[in-house]
Ligand binder design. Structure first.
Ligand SMILES: Nc1nc2c(ncn2[C@@H]2O[C@H](COP(=O)(O)OP(=O)(O)OP(=O)(O)O)[C@@H](O)[C@H]2O)c(=O)[nH]1
Length: 229
């Protein structure tokens, strides 16, 4: 190797190594919330656990439901709009303190003509994500209706709610302030956790729902454990 080749090799080694540094290896972390640790300790050694949560994602047409899920599961962004027909499905698997968890993410169509098909998949959800576009107050105005429709098929006392504003990158700080005031008010009223995100930029990068950190809360109220002999 010449000196410059060595430097390049060293540099690429360094940039590769960063991916494997302890701070990115979430499964090795043990600093989870006591409630999370308690849920994980319920799993008995020698048993096989299936912690599966069904999450349904609803909201107006083209608010960015599919893009939100793609950013979340695959860290990808698609700028060309492709309507969801009926429903789509993504599975996200992760481990917390050695315990496997799975999220079933049901991406439903926002188009009126597919609503009938999509609503047949609402039943049995542990979490409902109502999505609106931060640059469209109409889509926020419709959020309540989406919630009502999806709640009809579920038990309101056990479902966790999320209100998610998308396309944060398209709004000025002033526009954002105005719509967020309304969104936060709604989220408090319906007791939903509020998020403002951009699937395009990945914002907020520090806590754009990374599976192990954001989604374990889905399992707080439920834990399905099947023991195998
Ligand atoms: N700038 C920007 N565009 C976005 C963002 N998220 C989604 N989009 C765009 O918005 C359009 C609609 O996104 P989708 O994710 O397909 O919308 P959807 O809600 O799944 O639509 P339906 O399946 O028809 O209900 C696409 O052209 C996306 O590229 C975002 O965060 N920022």
């Amino acid at each position: 190797y010449t000196q410059s080749e060595k430097e390049i090799a060293n540099n690429s080694c360094l940039s590769l190594l960063q991916c494997f540094c302890p701070s990115t290896a979430l499964h090795t972390k043990d600093g989870f919330h006591p409630q999370v640790r308690a849920v994980c300790q319920v799993q008995k050694p020698g048993s096989i656990s299936f912690n599966i949560a069904k999450v349904i994602v609803v909201g107006d047409v083209a608010v960015g439901k599919t893009c939100l899920i793609s950013r979340f599961c695959k860290d990808e962004f698609e700028k060309n709009y492709k309507a969801t027909i009926g429903v789509d499905f993504e599975m996200e698997r992760f481990e917390v303190l050695g315990v496997p968890f799975s999220l079933q993410l049901w991406d439903t169509a926002g188009q009126e003509r597919f609503k009938c098909i999509a609503s047949t998949y609402y039943r049995g959800a542990q979490a409902i994500m109502v999505v609106f576009d931060l640059s469209s107050s109409t889509s926020l105005a419709h959020a309540r209706q989406w919630l009502e429709d999806s709640m009809k098929e579920n038990d309101p006392s056990s479902v966790l709610l999320f209100l998610v504003g998308t396309k944060k990158d398209l709004s000025t700080p002033d526009q954002l302030l105005r719509i967020e005031r309304e969104a936060i008010q709604l989220s408090e009223e319906i007791k939903a956790e509020y998020w403002a995100v951009s699937a395009k930029s990945g914002e907020p990068s520090t806590h754009f729902p990374h599976p192990p950190l954001a989604c374990v809360s889905l399992f707080m109220g439920f834990s399905l454990v099947q023991e195998m002999e």
